[in-house]
Structures are given as C-alpha cells and as structure tokens.
Design a protein around this ligand. Structure first.
Ligand code: BES
Ligand code: MN
Ligand code: ZN
Length: 492
C-alpha cells in the first residue's frame, strides 16, 4: 500500500474512489468551510438516524451528490477534543469501513487531525490489509483493495512535518509486518537457520552487518546455558548478531536481545498438548528484534544498534537436558536446570553476557518469557522490568506514544531469593508465585555493567482463538524508544 500527503484544493472536484472525512459529534460538521456537500450528507444521515458522529461510527454513501468522489465515507470522532486513543479508534474504523468496498484510491480528510492521521494511518490500514500467505493461498474475495492512501493537507507549510511522520509510521509498519510474518510461520519452516537467513537477507537489503554463529563458535564462547537448551534438538542452533551503524564509531550502541525459541515443547518438563501449537510463537522476541532493525534500517537515525538473537528449539529426547542438570553459563555462573521449560532465561542469559563486549548504552531484551506474565497483565500491556528508573520511564513513554504499552513490574532480592539452590550458583526457576518477576530476577544476575530492561511479551506478541496470529508487538515501542534516544523532539 502506498501512502502520501496531498494538498487539499477543491474538495467537491476531487476525483477519488473514496473520500473519507472525519467528523465530530454533535452537529456532524467536518469543520471545513469549503465542504458544504459533505456537511449536507452528514446532516441527512443524522436526520435518518444512520450516523451520529460517535467515536468509531462510519457511514458510506455511493455517488454522493455535489462531490466528484465515487464514495463518501464519514467517520465519527465523537465529541471534541479527541485524544490519541480516540484518533486510533477512528482511523481503525476508517480502515475497516473500506474493507467491503472496491475503492483502490482513497483520500482522507481530518480538519484538525492531520498529524494524527500521519502517525496512525499506516498501521491501521496495514493491519486491515494484512493477510498471512506463507503456507496458504490468499482468498482473492477477501483481499483488501485499497492501494493508495492520500492524506489531504490543508497547510502546505506542514507538509514536510507530515511527510516525516508518515515516513516514520510506514517504516514501523514494515517492521511490524516482517515480525508478524516471521512469528506466524510454523516451526517446521521457521527454524533457527531460517531466522539466520532472514537476518542475513535483512542485512543485504539494507547494508547492515550480520554475523551468524554456529555450534563451534558458540561452544568456543562457552555459552553453556544456550547449548543445554539446544542439545535435545535435531535442528542446529544459531546465535545471530546484527549491527546497524548510524552514528560515530565511538558512540556506545544500544543492544536489543530477542528470545528465539523456534518451538518450545517444554523439553523433558514437557508441556500439555492443548495449545502447544502456539509455542511456534516463542521466537516472537527474535522476530521483534528483526522487525525493529527493518524499521531502523529504513529510517537511518544517527545511532548505533546491535541485535542479538539466541535461536534454538526446546525439545525432549535422548540427548535433552534433564531436570536437576547443572550447566555453566558464559558468565561462569553455574545454573541448576530444575525445569527444562524455563528455557528462555537460559538462552537469554548467555546473550546478556555476550552483550557486555559492546559496552552498550542500554540493553533491552524482548521475550515471550512466562505464562505468569499473561496472568498478571493479560494481553494489554507487555511486562517491563528494570532496576533503572530513567530507562524504565523512557520505555513506558515510548510504549504510550506508540500505542504499544508496557507496565512496570518490580524486581528485588526478596523475589530473587526464590532462585537459591544447594547445587549451583542459581536455579532456573523459583516457585509458582510471581513467576514473571522471578524470571526477570534470574536475567538480572547476568545483566551486569550496563543499563538493562526486560520486556516480557508473552501476553502481547500474539493473539489466540479465532484471531490467532502474531501482533508485531513490541516493534512500535522499541523503534520509538530508539528514536527517542537521538531525536530531542521525540524524546521518549
Ligand atoms: N515460552 C514459555 C512462556 C509462555 C507460556 C508464553 C505460555 C506464552 C504462553 C516459557 O518458555 C515457559 O514455558 N515458561 C514457563 C516457566 C515455568 C516453567 C517457570 C511457564 O511460564 O510456565
Ligand atoms: Mn518454556
Ligand atoms: Zn519458551
């Protein structure tokens, strides 16, 4: 889909497949002097009881009188003022209203919301058009027909600002779509080597350095925790390193770490059968890191970024790691693996140790880490854990701005004490209580000498049930956060 800014000239004479106008309640006037025909139709629809301008309501009229447009679509904004959540709802409603129509070219007009449209339209329309097609034929009848979306701008002076916002939103959406496609892919396609291939392809497309470590190098690095998880699988493991250099060599990079468990059976501590298929999504953290790189590589901000992806399956089998086994992590700390299903923290801890070599400005790990996080926060907020108040604040703010929110959870020794054991420096699980927090406490032991935050996306990375599929979260949050570290007017 193509997005652009178009100057608003004579509205009545505008030739388009669909003119979409956002209108306030009550009065249902679009707030433009030159839009009598639109106001007339809105008034008629209100009189007939078909449309009252309430937030998210829509009304479509074919061959609207007094307009050259083929269709007029009215979208309600509710009572002024409209907040960002309201704009999002309205823009999503607009994208939805166009679904059953045959319109290819559409023009959007919001008298007092041009900036909001530029920020929100690419994600709302991108999500409306999104179809998974990797392992099935697309249904032509259900295809979204919109091909080009033009945002009508009344103020030529603002065109540059709008264009920049639109470009940013498009780049984020490209990242979200990469993440969704990758996370949706079944585990027999999306193996650790496939993740590596996608990273290498991303590197080639954007001129980003990508290094893929295989078993020999991973053994040489002594990543004993990652190797323990991988030892039950026939799929070869990978450790993927991406580097985007947008700033000077001396600028400390930000590091993103993504959990890349391409399928999590639980290992010997095997999971129940129900919904186990959803554990193909257990590489969503890795997919989000790649999606964030896609967006950053398109936007080319002046910052340095490193991506680290430990990638493996978690399988049972004759060679699999067993409950009670003690392994030595890259950090030198020994870990008693009491539950082989707590594998995410095992592969992440070695990646967190590897991150030290970059002397990073910040490290954010992203992982579908715990079912407990889903119980705590549901599917609304991602779980945010960090001992660093300023970093936590930046991520919270970025999440809010990007409509991809997270909620801060506590850390602390009183929780970490649950990980004590007689047989190693640390156990990989504590009790059932506060499971997402004790998991984060485990990671914290390995996140040394740099500013660190952990995002548990177990509840937000995908949807279950009828709408089953990857969401692309938290790519919008991550990109906002990264841009906020260098753009003063976008300070997250
Ligand atoms: N990948 C799972 C977490 C998960 C479960 C995410 C369900 C989304 C939905 C993770 O590897 C895991 O199995 N965690 C265990 C930890 C437990 C053994 C301490 C869990 O949450 O049950
Ligand atoms: Mn698991
Ligand atoms: Zn897992």
């Amino acid at each position: 889909m193509k997005f652009s800014i178009a100057p608003l000239k004579a509205l009545a004479a505008l030739k388009t497949d669909a003119l979409v106008v956002f209108v306030h309640q009550p009065g249902t006037s679009c707030g433009l002097v030159e839009a009598d025909a639109v106001d007339q139709i809105a008034a008629e629809a209100a009189q007939d009881g078909d449309f009252n301008g309430s937030l998210g309501a829509t009304y479509t009229r074919s061959r609207p009188a007094g307009l050259a447009a083929k269709r007029l679509v009215l979208v309600g904004l509710g009572a002024a003022p409209v907040d960002q959540a309201g704009w999002l709802k309205a823009v999503q409603a607009a994208a939805g209203a166009l679904k059953p129509l045959g319109a290819h070219q559409v023009h959007l007009l919001a008298a007092d919301g041009e900036q909001s449209l530029a920020d929100l339209v690419p994600s709302a329309f991108g999500d409306a058009a999104y179809r998974y097609t990797a392992t099935r034929k697309p249904e032509p009848a259900k295809a979204y027909k919109v091909e080009a979306v033009h945002l009508l701008s009344r103020h030529a002076r603002q065109a540059a600002t709008l264009k920049a916002a639109l470009g940013r939103a498009e780049a984020v959406q490209a990242g979200v779509e990469l993440t969704r496609n990758l996370a949706n892919l079944p585990a027999n396609y999306c193996t650790p080597s496939h993740l590596a291939k996608v990273a290498q392809d991303l590197g080639k497309r954007h001129g980003i350095k990508v290094e893929v470590l295989t078993r020999t190098s991973i053994e040489r690095l002594k990543m004993g925790a990652l190797l323990a998880v991988a030892q039950g699988s026939h799929q070869p493991l990978r450790f993927i390193v991406l580097r985007y250099d947008g700033a000077g060599r001396k600028d400390a990079p930000h590091v993103l770490v993504g959990k890349g468990v391409t399928f999590d059976t639980g290992g010997i501590s095997i999971k129940p059968a129900a919904e186990m298929d959803e554990m193909k999504f257990d590489m969503s953290g890795a997919a989000a890191v790649l999606g964030a790189f896609e967006a950053i590589a398109r936007l080319r901000p002046k910052l340095n970024l490193v991506g680290l992806i430990p990638a493996t399956e978690n399988m049972p089998g004759g060679r699999a790691v067993k409950p009670g086994d003690v392994v030595t992590s890259m950090s030198g700390q020994t870990i008693e693996i009491l539950n082989t299903d707590a594998e995410g923290r095992l592969i992440l801890c070695d990646a967190l140790t590897y991150a030290e070599r970059f002397k990073p400005a910040s490290v954010v790990d992203v992982a579908t880490l715990t079912g407990a996080c889903v119980i705590a926060l549901g599917h609304v907020h991602s779980g945010l854990f960090s001992p660093d108040d300023a970093l936590a604040e930046s991520l919270l703010k970025a999440g809010k701005l990007a409509h991809d929110s997270c909620w801060r959870m506590p850390l602390g020794d009183d929780y970490a004490d649950g990980l004590k054991t007689h047989f190693a420096d640390v156990a990989n699980v504590a009790g059932r209580a506060a499971g997402s927090i004790t998991a984060a406490c485990f990671l914290q032991r390995f996140a040394k000498d740099y500013r660190w935050a952990h995002l548990d996306i177990a509840g937000t990375a995908w949807k279950s049930g009828a709408a089953k599929g990857a969401t692309g979260r938290p790519v919008p949050l991550l990109v906002r956060y990264l841009l906020g570290t260098v753009e003063p007017d976008n300070k997250a």
